[in-house]
Design a protein around this ligand. Structure first.
Ligand code: UGA
Ligand code: MN
Length: 243
């Protein structure tokens, strides 16, 4: 089955570097469709060109974060990527037919680091599959706790009492779940840090159903890396050099 990955992205100095790294990882993945959603009123030339030159199967969308939830407005108190992931879910529901297109849906940040083996792990997700994520929540890694092949709890650096104490990069869902829960969407009213649990609950997930991957959750194959912001000390540019 095809992996449909939804990636929100926004303009910043580091965007091209992050997207080049991510797209060149994805070039190694077969049966993959990348849904890239720009946080913008329009499709930028940078993302348009990068996608078309990548040779990847992709859908390019744009959907800007409502002004009241943009960074700064709420001083970073709102979750990021909500509007864009919803646009991606809308596209999946409208474009792919329930039962006809077999697939798995994965929410990918544009700045994380992915071992290509994670895609093999998630490809045969029946309902919801889960695995460890490195460098997240103030910890070296977070992981589902697995006993006798079943998830029984969460090893986390933060918010251990969350029903699903897992980062966005740590799970994938079968496309059927997206279709059979047409109202499952991300929301700005979800407390920051709880988007993952909220969407999983909205899709009817239960801890007893989770499918542990990455050798019973003993391998880290994805890292919640964050690209540091370049502090410009000059904004001088050469006029013949493309950035
Ligand atoms: C963490 C999780 O990894 C995210 O999946 C989750 O959305 C986020 O927390 C949250 O709950 O707000 P973090 O690394 O802190 O993410 O956030 P970013 O990587 O800065 O943003 C997540 C995604 O949204 C990225 O793909 C980013 O490009 C995009 N984004 C960010 C926008 O589209 N617009 C913005 O203004 C900021
Ligand atoms: Mn990130």
């Amino acid at each position: 089955q095809t992996i449909y990955a939804i990636t929100p992205t926004y303009s910043r100095l580091e965007q091209k570097a992050d997207l080049i790294r991510l797209s060149q990882t994805l070039m190694h993945v077969e049966h993959f469709h990348w849904v890239v959603v720009e946080d913008s009123n329009f499709k930028t030339a940078l993302v348009t060109n990068l996608l078309s030159e990548s040779g990847l199967n992709f859908t390019h969308l744009n959907n800007i974060t409502p002004i009241e939830f943009q960074k700064g407005a709420l001083a970073g108190k709102s979750s990021r990527g909500v509007q864009q992931r919803n646009a991606g879910l809308d596209w999946l529901r409208q474009t792919l037919h329930h039962g006809e297109n077999k697939g798995v849906v994965y929410f990918m940040d544009d700045d994380n680091t992915y071992d290509i083996r994670i895609f093999q792990e998630m490809r045969y997700t029946k309902r919801v599959s889960v695995w460890p994520v490195g460098l997240v929540g103030g910890a070296i890694y977070e992981s589902p706790i697995v006993k006798n092949g079943k998830v029984t709890g969460w090893f986390t650096g933060w918010g251990p009492h969350r029903e699903f104490a897992i980062d966005m990069a740590g799970f994938a869902v079968n496309l059927d779940l997206v279709h059979s829960h047409p109202n499952a969407r991300f929301s700005y009213s979800t407390k920051p840090g709880n988007l993952e649990g909220a969407i999983l609950k909205a899709m009817g997930a239960d801890i007893s159903h989770l499918e542990p991957k990455a050798n019973n959750c003993t391998q880290v194959l994805v890292w919640h890396t964050k690209t540091s912001k370049t502090e410009l000390t000059t904004d001088k540019k050469l006029d013949n050099l493309e950035v």
